[in-house]
Each structure stands twice: as structure tokens, then as C-alpha cells.
Design a protein around this ligand. Structure first.
Ligand code: PRP
Ligand code: ADE
Length: 178
């Protein structure tokens, strides 16, 4: 059931103090990827949430780089496509970009101009919500392309950084909270 899947996930997240900078407690999801049952649990829980809360989803949109680990698995489960939001300079052809701040730096997010069509309904996915800067940038990209964001989903939410405030009015669904 859901509870045992969540427990399995909690047991597959490692902490590293002062990475990548002093003062940051890094939550490492690598053990989830290394354990097929845990990875399946993530996909199951995301799939359950999508089916329960969103009527029709056209695309899953994943964040560079760790959103790429979970997004395509979910998209394939749902039988829909996956779109990449990448850090600047990685995508060929015409692109749209937005600058944003991170818990430990700055970056610029980019999508291909034709990745989403106006009116398409999308769900955004990443491994972790910290300040919300990354997902906010993705929401901005979707707004520029006139796509509709149904919601955001992450494996881990760092509550004290209040990322959900930044993402209002979009809801954020998280599996594990710290
Ligand atoms: C991390 C994480 C999220 C983002 C969350 O990615 O994977 O994408 O930060 O932080 P925020 O909510 O404050 O935006 P990072 O930019 O470190 O890049 P990576 O996935 O390429 O390691
Ligand atoms: N991305 C932003 N903050 C993070 C953290 N504390 N652990 C892992 N990934 C992160």
C-alpha cells in the first residue's frame, strides 16, 4: 500500500552535510535509483496522484537533471509524452528561456519552442523542491508557451525553504517531506 511505499522511499534517501556548499544539507536520491522496488514505488505514487487529481494530462515536463530520472517513467506509465526543461545552451533549435535562483546558485531554464502547444495540460516533475526557483522558472516557461500547468510533483520537499509559497497558485505534491 501507499504507506509501505513511502516508508521504502524514506529508507532510500541519504543525507550529506555541507554539500555542495557549507550550510546545505543535501538529500541524495541515488539509493532510490539503485533499488528497483523504490523506483517503482515513486512511479506508482506519482501515477496514483495524477489519476486521482487530474482529469486529462497531455505531457509530463521534467527538470534538468534529476527530474529526468523520474519523469519519463511516469510519462510512459500514463502513455503520454515527456518534455525536457534543460539548463541553458543544451537544446538545439529555437528555444525559450527563463533565469532563476537556486538554494546554492543561479541558473537559466530552457525549453524548445515547439515542445508544448498552446492549451496543452502539463504536470511538472522534479526530484526535490527547495526554494521553488526551478519549478517556478518552468511555470514561467509554460506560461510563455500558453500551456496549462495542472500541478507540480516532487519526490522530496524541503519545507523550511517554503517553495510552495513561491509556486502558488499551483499545488505541489510531494512524497517525502523534511
Ligand atoms: C536541484 C534539484 C532541483 C532544484 C531544487 O537541482 O534537483 O531541480 O535544485 O531547488 P529549488 O527549488 O531551490 O529550485 P540542481 O539545480 O542542483 O541541478 P541538477 O539536478 O542538475 O543537479
Ligand atoms: N537541490 C536544492 N537543494 C537541495 C538539497 N538540499 N538536497 C538535494 N538537492 C537539492
Amino acid at each position: 500500500d501507499s504507506q509501505s511505499k513511502l516508508q521504502l522511499l524514506q529508507g532510500h534517501i541519504r543525507d550529506f552535510q555541507d554539500f555542495p556548499k557549507k550550510g546545505v544539507l543535501f538529500r541524495d536520491i541515488c539509493p532510490i535509483l539503485k533499488d528497483p522496488a523504490s523506483l517503482t514505488a515513486v512511479t506508482d505514487l506519482f501515477e496514483e496522484h495524477v489519476k486521482k487529481h487530474y482529469k486529462q494530462v497531455d505531457l509530463i515536463v521534467g527538470m534538468d537533471a534529476r527530474g529526468f530520472l523520474f519523469g519519463p517513467l511516469l510519462a510512459q506509465r500514463l502513455g503520454i509524452g515527456f518534455v525536457l526543461v534543460r539548463k541553458k545552451g543544451k537544446l538545439p533549435g529555437p528555444t525559450v528561456s527563463v533565469a532563476y535562483d537556486l538554494e546554492y546558485g543561479k541558473a537559466e531554464a530552457e525549453i524548445q519552442e515547439d515542445a508544448v502547444a498552446p492549451g496543452q495540460k502539463v504536470v511538472l516533475i522534479d526530484d526535490l523542491l527547495a526554494t521553488g526557483g526551478t519549478l517556478y522558472a518552468a511555470c514561467e516557461l509554460m506560461r510563455k508557451q500558453k500551456a496549462e500547468v495542472l500541478g507540480c510533483m516532487v519526490v522530496i520537499e524541503l519545507k523550511e525553504l517554503k517553495g510552495t509559497d513561491r509556486l502558488k497558485p499551483h499545488g505541489v505534491f510531494s512524497l517525502v517531506q523534511y
